[in-house]
Design a protein. Structure first.
Length: 259
């Protein structure tokens, strides 16, 4: 874990509400693993605001990439950043995804949940399929990026404005049926809203497959000290315990999570 002052290298809007931020953070980028996150102190809000956690979208050549959505005061202030500005960043934090899949890797993303999954897609030994879901076409991100590195991509939107009309789990059900019909196994990697994660996890458990879920909880400190992001978890022997998502996760295997 490194606490460093980072320079903004590039910053661009991807849609009306989604942004990509590139910063020079060589020490963090070198250590970063898919599924980990960074904690950012937003310039201009240091005295009145907590740090914000962001999944790592990419880490290469000393550059750290963050994909975020403008949803509140902190992220609204972040949209003002431009090349040459500096911001304080702590990372990489948490535990990420495994990099070796036992079967066909199936990546399931909701909205900006694509961020850690794109980072993962570039590091997995085996390529598979990416299922991306959103409310509208404007919520479908990084589709071209996944295809560029050789992944098959399917899209679902709730309003039918892009891809299949419906939920991303509808795509998952079809994909799972196809994989099983071919006699292969699948392994799920997911990031997105809690309802989606629960649905993906339940399918993984029911099918006897491994499912790795990146939970999104309110991470105040980012290092497990404040206990704001607790999650009830299950051990292999069936007993339960209370974990800290920022410290013990954010990635957990589906059978570990008690919803």
């Amino acid at each position: 874990m490194v606490d460093m002052l980072c320079e903004v290298l590039g910053h661009k809007p991807l849609t009306e509400v989604y942004w990509e931020l590139d910063i020079a953070a060589p020490d963090i980028a070198e250590q970063a693993r898919p599924g980990q996150f960074v904690h950012v102190r937003v310039p201009g809000l240091e005295a009145v605001s907590l740090r914000r956690p962001f999944s790592i979208f990419g880490a290469e050549g000393g550059t750290l990439k963050i994909l975020y959505k403008n949803v509140g005061r902190g992220t609204a202030e972040m949209t003002r950043l431009s090349a040459g500005d500096r911001l304080q960043v702590i990372g990489p934090l948490g535990n990420g995804f495994p990099l070796c899949a036992e079967g066909v890797p199936v990546l399931v993303a909701g909205g900006y949940g694509v961020a850690p999954l794109f980072f993962l897609a570039g590091r997995l030994e085996r390529k598979g399929v990416v299922l991306i879901g959103g409310r509208t076409a404007a919520d479908i991100l990084a589709r071209d990026d996944f295809e560029r590195i050789g992944w098959r991509v399917q899209v679902a939107t709730q309003d039918g404005s892009l891809g299949t009309e419906g939920l991303v789990t509808d795509l998952l059900d079809k994909e799972l049926a196809g994989v099983c019909a071919e006699g292969d196994a699948a392994e799920f990697f997911a990031c997105g809203p809690e309802g989606m994660l629960r649905a993906v996890g339940e399918r993984a458990v029911a099918a006897g497959l491994r499912g790795w879920l990146s939970l999104d909880k309110r991470m105040v400190c980012g290092v497990g000290a404040c206990l704001a992001c607790v999650q009830k978890l299950r051990r292999a022997d069936g007993s339960t315990w209370i974990g800290r998502v920022c410290h013990d996760g954010p990635v957990f295997e589906a059978r570990e999570i008690v919803w």
